[in-house]
Ligand binder design. Structure first.
Ligand code: ZN
Length: 415
């Protein structure tokens, strides 16, 4: 991946590009950013820039080899200028290998689960084929997405001490093709105590070795590791950057792209799922759910209850990630409906969605909105932690009904 292909984060990319050009990149970096913000793509881009043979802006003795032969015998330019951002070329043999994640000097460490057929604890290379495929599919994936690709069971991933020893072995060897050796450690929080094994090499790596740790939750990383790395902090991707990217990937309108960007809170991984279809279901599903919640206490309750059970069954089937998207959509829709309730207008809603928001707005007051908001955030929290979705969506249905009817909510252990 080239730096220019990493979505958003222009200032960070400019700064890294400058450091790469000046050959002053720190030997150990920790890229810290929230899920879906692009820490791993940025690490991939830095690695590709380090191995690229024709990086623009790079001062090389043999630049003439790659410069076009001049008819007039002019000296070849030492520094190629191709635009404001100096970047990997994307075409040289090293770039081609880096973009397929097979460059022999770019090493990957990532969380894995136990291999059944093996007696020793697992190392990352046990899963290198799956890893390359996952990166090609979506480098913005999160740890849950990744672990689901290598195990059917709900196993916790791990970066083992054995893997740390492999890291030390690899970086002690001479590089194969490039000047640099790059060791990427994705989700370094999974190192846990095993991280102690790496302290010495992170502090003083062999010459021309660059460590890039990618982290989402810094509080889970050993302080001794943090203090030995230079922090590169990413914020969530800006709405406009995210929307522009979605427009290049999906046939959607500007307005929908921006709306998906806003619901996603700068998480490109979530935005891809929204734009990929799940978001379109959320609208109809939410409408049906709220209508049923409101009718569950009416005289036609038994009939409505059957429909509600069916809907809850369907919600349970769409899987945890889609449930989270659905709940995010609910929170976003509630925010927009609340604008109407307090006499403002929603810039983002139109058509049937707007009509439904207007209806919901008639039931909202500040207290109701606040209670619903807290409730759905809690449901999101429980779903994220693998609570049984049928139970939680069913019990939430009754709570929504009570809140919209301004009744007290009965405590059942999920609040
Ligand atoms: Zn290149």
């Amino acid at each position: 991946m080239k730096l220019s292909e990493v979505v958003g984060h222009q200032e960070t990319k400019d700064r890294l590009s400058e450091l790469l050009t000046a050959d002053r990149l720190p030997h150990a970096m920790m890229i810290l950013g929230p899920e879906g913000s692009g820490g791993l793509p940025l690490a991939l881009a830095i690695a590709q820039n380090l191995v690229c043979e024709r990086r623009s802006g790079k001062k090389t003795e043999d630049a003439g080899l790659f410069a076009a032969p001049s008819m007039f015998g002019d000296p070849a330019p030492v520094i190629e200028e191709t635009g404001p951002l100096s970047d990997a070329c994307g075409e040289c043999p090293a770039c081609v290998k880096a973009s397929k994640f097979i460059h022999p000097d770019i090493h990957f460490t990532f969380p894995v689960v136990t291999v059944k057929s093996k007696n020793s604890p697992p190392v990352s290379s046990d899963y290198i084929t799956e890893w390359r495929k996952a990166l090609a599919d979506n480098p913005y994936m999160n740890a849950v997405d990744w672990l689901q690709q290598i195990t059917d069971e709900n196993k916790q991933g791990n970066i083992t001490v054995n893997e740390c020893h492999e890291v030390i072995k690899r970086i002690t060897l001479k590089s194969y093709e490039s000047k640099y050796k790059v060791q990427i450690i994705w989700m370094a929080e999974y190192l846990r105590e095993a991280g102690n094994t790496l302290l010495k090499v992170i502090e003083e790596p062999p010459a021309d070795t660059i460590f890039i740790l990618v982290v989402e939750n810094i509080e889970q990383v050993l302080n001794t590791i943090i203090s030995r790395t230079q922090l590169v902090k990413l914020t969530a991707i800006e709405d406009t950057d995210l929307a522009s990217y979605l427009l290049t990937q999906f046939e959607i309108t500007d307005k929908i792209a921006l709306r998906i960007a806003r619901i996603s809170d700068g998480n490109l991984n979530a935005a891809l799922e929204y734009a990929g279809g799940a978001e379109h279901q959320s609208d109809a599903m939410l409408r049906e759910w709220l209508s049923l919640c409101l009718r569950i206490k009416s005289p036609q309750a038994p009939e409505q209850a059957v429909k509600l059970f069916e809907l809850v069954e369907n919600l349970a089937k769409i899987g945890r990630e889609n449930q989270k998207i659905f709940l995010k959509y609910f929170l976003w829709f509630l925010r927009e409906s609340n604008l109407i309730a307090i006499g403002l207008t929603s810039e983002k809603l139109e058509g049937s969605e707007l009509d439904f928001a207007k209806k919901l707005a008639t039931l909202l007051d500040p207290d109701t909105t606040d209670r619903l908001n807290k409730l759905i955030n809690k449901v999101h929290y429980y779903i994220e932690r693998n609570t049984n979705p049928k139970i939680i969506f069913m019990s939430t249905s009754f709570k929504i009904a009570s809140i919209l009817k301004k009744e007290e909510v009965v405590y059942d252990g999920y609040e």
